[in-house]
Design a protein around this ligand. Structure first.
Ligand code: SF4
Ligand code: SF4
Ligand code: SF4
Length: 203
């Protein structure tokens, strides 16, 4: 897969994006478990420091909404078009591919943690065995996408609250959803141009 950020001025062929509909999500956690099973199955039965459940590429943040009701926010790598982790890796190990996905070249990674600390979404974590900085998308999901399938979290969701597709294709389901439903991006003002959209429901 080509490294787009090394070709100055070039843009990815596709801009693959995640869409999560918080109005449909029932907070069942199936996506979190499917993510771990698909991408780091060795972590399924290990209780690691800092994780409420399994170590996953999805973080669950529990809170309270404006009406005082419990709410949940699911956060994962936003595959930022202007990613601080890409800009700050001194070894060129983090790059954006021509699907617009932010990826790691493990051979180049020195484990310096600059990508982990520079991510404003706090979605990277160090694998306790490999010491590599993990995040969405894991290798298992990259394989699924390469085969034309949806990532594990999308396949596992029983509430149809997740979708994944190409923003450059006006006919894709994600483009259609974003045209017809109200949505927001996280830390919109930080200039990262994230490709993770939170659908709020309604028009
Ligand atoms: S796309 Fe794959 S790696 Fe990313 S959050 Fe979903 S299941 Fe996890
Ligand atoms: S969310 Fe964090 S890890 Fe993902 S591309 Fe953006 S800065 Fe990098
Ligand atoms: S699997 Fe779907 S419904 Fe369950 S927590 Fe994940 S997004 Fe929400």
């Amino acid at each position: 897969m080509a490294r787009v950020n090394e070709m100055k001025g070039s843009e990815p062929t596709r801009r693959l994006a995640h869409v999560w509909d918080e109005s449909l999500c029932i907070a069942c956690g199936a996506c979190v478990m499917a993510c771990t099973m698909t991408n780091q199955p060795e972590m399924m039965h290990r209780k690691e420091k800092g994780w409420d459940s399994v170590a996953s590429n999805i973080r669950r943040i529990d809170g309270v909404n404006a009406t005082g009701k419990p709410s949940v926010l699911l956060v994962q790598c936003q595959h930022c078009d202007d990613a601080p982790c890409v800009a700050n890796c001194p070894f060129g190990a983090v790059y954006r591919d021509d699907d617009g996905l932010v990826r790691l070249d493990a051979e180049q990674c020195a484990g310096c943690s600059y990508c982990v600390t520079s991510c404003p979404y706090n979605v990277r974590w160090f694998h306790p065995d490999s010491k590599l900085p993990m995040k969405c998308m894991g290798e298992g999901c990259l394989d699924l996408v390469a085969q034309g399938e949806s990532p594990a979290c999308v396949q596992a969701c029983p509430a149809m609250a997740r979708d994944f597709g190409d923003l450059n294709d006006p006919a894709s389901s994600v483009s259609l959803t974003l045209r017809t439903k109200r949505s927001r991006r996280l830390l919109e003002g930080s200039g990262t141009e994230p490709k993770y959209f939170v659908v709020e429901g309604g028009l």
